[in-house]
Design a protein around this ligand. Structure first.
Ligand code: PAF
Length: 279
């Protein structure tokens, strides 16, 4: 695995056949490794990026607290089918300082995660487009755990004619069902147990939806669990249109993303399932 820290060194590396990119902010876990393994199945050359993007953190304390352990990440990646690791510093990605021209997520950036983290998706899309330009992939893989992010990236690629195929990879969960996340390392043992309410609520909603119920009944099934869950402070539990990430109307029928965001202890977690409502 070639490890490079500058875009100049990245550009100088030979291209070998088709190229896949997996973009990360480090603090890698099995979910990231599932992305790199899938990337290695799909492309001849796998590029991984590790960059904690300041532009997507609306809360400086959250940026400060974001876990970083590049040495451990390198060790994990050395056995994961990765050919190139790009670990730039902020100056390499934003040589002119805070960028003047950025990507706007539009209405997609104003709902759900965007409502709780203003500017977050503009920051994500700006860095994803830059990293696509810097790494030149044929395909870019992203985890389905960040459902709204995946929808936003697909929309950007479509709307701006970015010549990259975007692929979503299923969420990897622990044996107890908790979605793997770099933020899980901030959970105490009690927080971890309390956080299981998120997947319980999603599973309950999924079961109700697939039994033929409508949107309000589907959401009520999950909300009942979350309302009684100790230590869980709910931000939202909602049904999103999988194409636009906007909330679906109560008479909606078809594929839907049920998404949840909650604070458990001092950690904010998100998760989702894709299901079908009323069909
Ligand atoms: O999902 C993430 O880790 C980040 O949002 C991404 C896509 C690497 C952009 O910084």
């Amino acid at each position: 695995m070639d490890i490079v820290t500058t875009s100049a060194d990245l550009a100088a590396l030979p291209r070998v056949g088709t190229r896949a990119v997996v973009m990360t902010m480090g603090a890698l876990h099995e979910g990231h490794l599932a992305l790199t393994r899938r990337a290695a199945e799909l492309a001849d050359q796998v590029v991984v990026t590790i960059f904690v993007n300041p532009l997507q953190f609306n809360d400086p304390a959250d940026l400060e607290k974001y876990p970083r352990d590049v040495e451990r990440d390198v060790a994990l990646l050395s056995d994961a089918g990765v050919d190139v690791l790009y670990v730039p510093d902020v100056e390499d990605v934003y040589p002119g300082g805070t960028p003047i021209v950025t990507v706007s997520a539009g209405p997609l950036g104003a709902v759900f995660e965007g409502e709780y983290r203003p500017g977050h998706f503009d920051g994500v899309l700006t860095v994803v487009l830059k990293l696509m330009n810097l790494t030149g992939p044929d395909v870019a893989l992203f985890g389905q755990k960040d459902a709204q992010q995946l929808i936003a990236i697909r929309t950007m690629v479509r709307d701006l004619n970015v010549p990259v195929e975007v692929l979503g990879v299923p969420t990897v969960r622990g044996v107890d069902g908790l979605a793997l996340s770099s933020r899980n390392q901030h959970l105490s043992e009690a927080d971890h147990v309390n956080a299981l309410a998120l997947i319980k609520a999603l599973k309950a909603a999924d079961a109700v939806a697939t039994s033929g119920a409508d949107v309000p009944a589907t959401l009520a099934a999950g909300l009942e669990i979350l309302a009684n869950a100790p230590g869980v402070h709910l931000d939202y539990f909602a049904a999103l249109d999988p194409g636009s990430a906007q909330p679906v109307p109560s008479d909606y029928r078809g594929e839907v993303v049920i998404a949840v965001a909650a604070r458990v202890g001092s950690t904010r977690l998100i998760d989702n399932v894709t299901t079908r409502i009323g069909v």
